[in-house]
Design a protein around this ligand. Structure first.
Ligand code: PGA
Length: 222
């Protein structure tokens, strides 16, 4: 758990062809493999791409882990359109829960997040729980938290590393075992200013991870 986590959130972007290109460009990661010993890389694509990314992770490189971007708040059953934790576990080891885009666009609540966390843990998925500030409710069983202030997401206007570090310190004061990541407008140019902060254990990268070469630079520069 003391490795630096670098998480790519591909959001609702990319179809099969676009992912083929992304994976082709991502092969260059091999060139910096010796830099990766203290880093854990987690890529979170949309559900329909989990299989492709999973094959890549198994066959080409052991340094990549796969995460889902969402999980049902229901267990398996008659829930049309849902993808549940047991199903996701076939392809991924991590799952993002609590993103502000889920709160704001899909009406997800703390209660739903708690159920998602509970089911993820039941089936062996590690939740990466997102909070928008220091006062968000954090469900039981969480070990990895990502602080993502809404103003910083996709805006090109990240929080300051000092403030992110301060928020991370408040979050860790609730439970010293929490690993706290920062997310919001991370680029290859600013990543190091965040990962060099004492309370920040990694980054969650949205927009900048859509370009595999920029994502490799982020991994390299941190
Ligand atoms: P961003 O997104 O890097 O594009 O700001 C981060 C996220 O929403 O996870």
């Amino acid at each position: 758990m003391d490795k630096l986590l670098i998480v790519a959130n591909l959001k609702s972007y990319k179809n099969e062809n676009e992912v083929k290109k992304w994976l082709e460009n991502f092969k260059k990661i091999k060139e910096i493999e010796q830099n990766l010993v203290n880093k854990e890389i987690i890529i979170c694509p949309s559900f329909q791409l989990l299989f492709m990314f999973g094959l890549y992770a198994d066959n080409k490189s052991s340094v990549i882990n796969i995460g889902a971007q969402n999980v049902s708040s229901f267990d398996e059953g008659a829930y049309t359109g849902e993808v549940n934790a047991k199903q996701i576990k076939d392809f991924a080891d991590f799952v993002l829960i609590g993103h502000s885009e889920r709160r704001n666009n899909f009406g997800e609540t703390d209660d739903m997040f708690s159920k998602k966390v509970e089911l993820s843990l039941k089936y062996g998925l590690t939740p990466i729980f997102l909070v928008q500030g220091k006062d968000n409710y954090i469900p039981q069983g969480i070990e990895i938290i990502a602080y993502e202030p809404v103003f910083a997401i996709g805006s090109g206007n990240p929080d300051t590393p000092e403030n992110a570090n301060q928020i991370a310190s408040v979050i860790k004061s609730k439970n010293n075992n929490y690993k706290v990541l920062y997310g919001g407008s991370i680029t290859s140019e600013n990543v190091r200013s965040f990962t060099s902060m004492v309370n920040i254990g990694g980054v969650l990268v949205g927009g900048a991870s859509l370009d595999a070469e920029e994502f490799i630079k982020i991994i390299q520069n941190e």
